[in-house]
Structures are given as structure tokens and as C-alpha cells.
Write a protein that binds this ligand. Sequence first.
Ligand SMILES: NC(=O)c1ccc[n+]([C@@H]2O[C@H](COP(=O)([O-])OP(=O)(O)OC[C@H]3O[C@@H](n4cnc5c(N)ncnc54)[C@H](O)[C@@H]3O)[C@@H](O)[C@H]2O)c1
Ligand SMILES: O=C(O)C[C@H](O)C(=O)O
Length: 338
Amino acid sequence: MLSRAAARTLATPSARLFSSSSARQTKVAVLGAGGGIGQPLSLLLKSDPLVTSLSLYDIRGAPGVAADVSHVDTASEVTGYAADQLNQALEGVEVVVIPAGVPRKPGMTRDDLFNTNASIVRDLASAVGATAPNAHILVISNPVNSTVPIVAKTLEKAGVYDPKRVFGVTTLDVVRAARFLAGVAGVKPSDTPVTVVGGHSGPTIVPLLSQTNLGKDVKGEVYDQLVHRIQFGGDEVVKAKDGAGSATLSMAYAGAKFTNALLRGLNGEKGVVTPTFVKSPLFEDQGIDFFSSNVELGPNGVEKIHPIGPLSAEEEKLLEACLPELKKNIEKGKAFVA
Ligand SMILES: NC(=O)c1ccc[n+]([C@@H]2O[C@H](COP(=O)([O-])OP(=O)(O)OC[C@H]3O[C@@H](n4cnc5c(N)ncnc54)[C@H](O)[C@@H]3O)[C@@H](O)[C@H]2O)c1
Ligand SMILES: O=C(O)C[C@H](O)C(=O)O
């Protein structure tokens, strides 16, 4: 039998999983809401007190997901849209999260997804540009190093591109880095935040362990293994799922976490800083105009792009390996739209 206090706690609606600093609320759309990421992401966004209205779209299954998620006892409204209702799904939307597209199978690279996902992301970006031109777009679909430039170029072509409003979601790399470093150091992940810069694929993922109190002491083989695990954590999940896809649950968590950070920034909260893959001046002189580094989020989206800061000799080498591959991926995305 439950005590009266415990019963009251369980009966309290709107349990808060997210940080909230303001009453302003926002309409958010998920494009690809019926998928492995889309479903749990929609559930988590339903629990975010900063989301006032949730618009769920997919080429299949979104009305069912919406009916299900809409029973959760939080205040937001949820509507599902069928394949031919993309424009309705985007009406009045301020934030659009895109997990639409195919995932990897064992043996594939993220770039192997380009042929299928490039046109999916381009067409969705084009619809956002036409119906919700001021929306912030959060790109999850892989290969992120190419799909973000695809979104940027598509909006540019439509005459509605604002680089402050287009983000590649690299939060899963940050989540993994904190979790894996915590494992090595024997502490809680909340004690081991790690900045991860570069892009979102194998060698383009550059964790800056030297900038953390516990990470700077990790050396030798343990360091090499830790960096490899952060860079190739996605492969670990693809292999374990054995043909059934890639990370979905941890990605939904990471996607909801980044969305909440953006919403807090949009609401005027100060000091919301997190890595994300955006149009960036940091390596523009080397022809690389998109890069993930710590970004302060604010009322207009990107408020300030932070420099990457001091690097160890090992990190200099990781960055050297990252840049040429990242450049190739970005150019491939841009060329697809041009
Ligand atoms: N950024 C990251 O860190 C990260 C992490 C994990 C996965 N991903 C990527 O996210 C994407 C989705 O992964 P998933 O596991 O959810 O795949 P999934 O196949 O389970 O779901 C994808 C969904 O997209 C839908 N879809 C396809 N074309 C669409 C369109 N034109 N409009 C709307 N919806 C459309 C499908 O119907 C499906 O429901 C993949 O490209 C994957 O590589 C990225
Ligand atoms: O590995 C993948 O293909 C999915 C995602 O990019 C990840 O990092 O888990």
C-alpha cells in the first residue's frame, strides 16, 4: 500500500524531466516522428514544459504516434499529420526537428546514407522554407556533416537562409563522451562534461578531454580507447542491433536535450552553451564553413560561437585528421543542392 505522500507524488501531472526558466512556450514539429528516433523523441518533447504544441509528421504512422503520445498528462497539444499533410504540419511552427531518413546497417558508413537521405532532407527543408521560413531547424538525419549544408543551401536558394537558425544535432557525441569518461574516471557523468568539436562521423568527432579536470589525466592506451569509443560509439550500437538500425533511444534523449537547450536560449535564458554543428567562422580560412564547437544559444538561435580553446598534442592530431574529411562531407552536401 502506498503512503499518502507517495500516492500524491505519483498522481501529480506534468512530471518535469527538463530544465525550464520561463513561461514562454513554443510550437515544435518532428519530421520523421514515426521512426525509431521520432517516436521516443516525440514522447520526450511531450514532457518538456517549454513545448506548448507538438506537430508530428511522417510519411507513415504519425497520426498513430500522435494519438498515443497525446494521452500523456502534460499541457501541450499534439497533432499527427499524414504523408500528404506536410505543409499543415509546419504551419506556425517555431522549431523543426528532423530525424527523417534511413539508418545504418553493419558495415555501412554514415556517408553511405547520403544517396537516400540527401533528397529527403532537401525536400523537408524546402517545405520548411516555404511554410515556416523563420523556424529553427535541428538536423538529426545522417550524414549530419552533409545534411546540414544541404539544409543551408536549400534555404539559401529559397531566399530564407539565416545561419543562426540551422543546427546539426551533435549532442549524442557529447552525451557519450560524458558517459564514457565517467566510466573511466569512476564518477557520475554530471561530473564529466566534455566539449566535442568537429563534425558527426568517426574521425570528424573530436573530444577535447584535455579541457576537463578528469579527462586531462587520462593517458596512453586508456586515452586511445576512450577517444575511439567516443568517435565510434555509433558503430557499437549499429553492431549490437545487428541490422535493426542504429542508436534511437539515446539519440531521442540527446535530441530532446538539445531542443530544450535551444528553447531555453530562445526564451532569453543566459549562458546556455552546448556544442552544435553550425555555419562557423572558426575554420573558414581553410574552406570549412560548418563546424561544431561550443555555441551560446539565445533569442535568435546562435548567439555566439566560442573558439575551440587550447588543445593537447593528441587533440591537434585528431583535429588534423578531422578537417579534410569534414571539408569533403560539407562540399558533397553543397554540391548536391547546387
Ligand atoms: N545525429 C545523430 O547523432 C544521429 C543519431 C542516430 C541516428 N541518426 C540518424 O537519424 C536518422 C533516422 O534514424 P531512425 O533510427 O529513426 O530511422 P527509422 O528508419 O527508424 O525512422 C526514420 C523515419 O523517417 C521517416 N521518413 C522517411 N522519409 C521521410 C520523409 N520524406 N518525410 C518524413 N519522414 C520520412 C520514415 O517513415 C521513418 O519513420 C538516420 O539517418 C540516422 O542515421 C542521427
Ligand atoms: O551511428 C549511426 O549511424 C547513428 C548515429 O550517427 C550515432 O552516432 O549513433
